[in-house]
Design a protein around this ligand. Structure first.
Ligand code: ADP
Ligand code: MG
Length: 245
């Protein structure tokens, strides 16, 4: 039984089909990579699943419930989390405070006197930081962190919403190769530990082939291949469109 069922999903911008009749499934405990050249429709797909963008046609079932037409904040509360390409942390707050803020937001607490309210979430926030190996840096302001560590804090913040499905659009953008491997390895561990589903995009094929359980390939809005690393790598259309061979 799949957690996410995307069926015949399309998005048109004017006459241009950014996403053209794609269908795929995602199970709990699965790390699914969405790959394809720039402009293939990856971010558009993320934005439709997350509710940031209305679809032109199709269906997105999450745990059997239709997501199309549901506002993004309701989708988040249904258990669909996401990380964004642009850093979403508050630079002047500490690592711990950022995660406390995410927990407050998830529990819909009022923001006045937030430091007092946040105290109730201190242990939970520290536990989330432990899960992303950032507990040692809890009291540092985010402005002092290395870029790769900011990404880990963002991951802890998205875990604060207890997502059953996490959408990660280019989570390793701007990171050095070693950091990329580290972050995706961490995500893979979390997928297994939490039986969480993750849909992610990643430019490094080495990282995708090393960690993804399954891969789907988009080109010009169309889904041209899906399967294991071996299956996708051997696909003639992928060779032609994606690797330019
Ligand atoms: P990817 O994330 O795979 O690089 P996108 O989903 O961002 O691709 O874009 C897919 C296509 O849709 C591109 O041709 C892009 O120019 C177009 N597109 C994306 N967003 C918009 C928009 N808001 N208005 C018009 N065209 C868009
Ligand atoms: Mg994109």
């Amino acid at each position: 039984m799949s957690l996410l069922n995307v069926r015949n999903l399309s998005k048109r911008f004017g006459g241009n089909a950014a996403v053209d009749d794609i269908s795929f499934d995602l199970k709990a405990g699965e790390l699914l990579a969405l790959i394809g050249p720039n402009g293939a429709g990856k971010s558009t797909t993320f934005n439709m699943v997350g509710g940031q963008l209305p679809a032109s046609a199709g269906s997105i079932l999450f745990d059997g419930r239709e997501l199309l037409g549901v506002p993004s904040h309701r989708i988040a509360h249904m258990g669909v989390g996401r990380t964004f390409q642009i850093a979403a942390t508050f630079a002047s707050l500490t690592v711990l405070e950022n995660v406390q803020m995410a927990l407050l937001s998830h529990h819909r607490k009022i923001f006045s006197f937030w430091r007092a309210a946040a105290h109730r979430f201190r242990d939970e926030a520290l536990d989330l930081l432990r899960q992303v190996n950032m507990q040692d840096q809890a009291s540092r302001p985010c402005s002092e962190l290395a870029y790769g560590d900011v990404k880990r804090v963002e991951l802890a913040m998205s875990l604060a919403g207890r997502p059953r499905l996490l959408l990660m659009d280019e989570p390793t953008a701007g990171m050095a190769p070693a950091e990329r491997n580290g972050l995706v390895a961490l995500v893979k561990d979390l997928v297994i530990q939490k039986n969480m589903a993750v849909l992610f995009t990643e430019h490094s094929m080495d990282v995708v082939f090393a960690y993804a359980d399954r891969i789907i390939v988009l080109a010009r809005g169309r889904l041209i291949a899906q399967g294991s690393a071996e299956e996708v790598r051997a696909h003639p259309q992928v060779q032609a469109v994606y690797f330019g061979t």
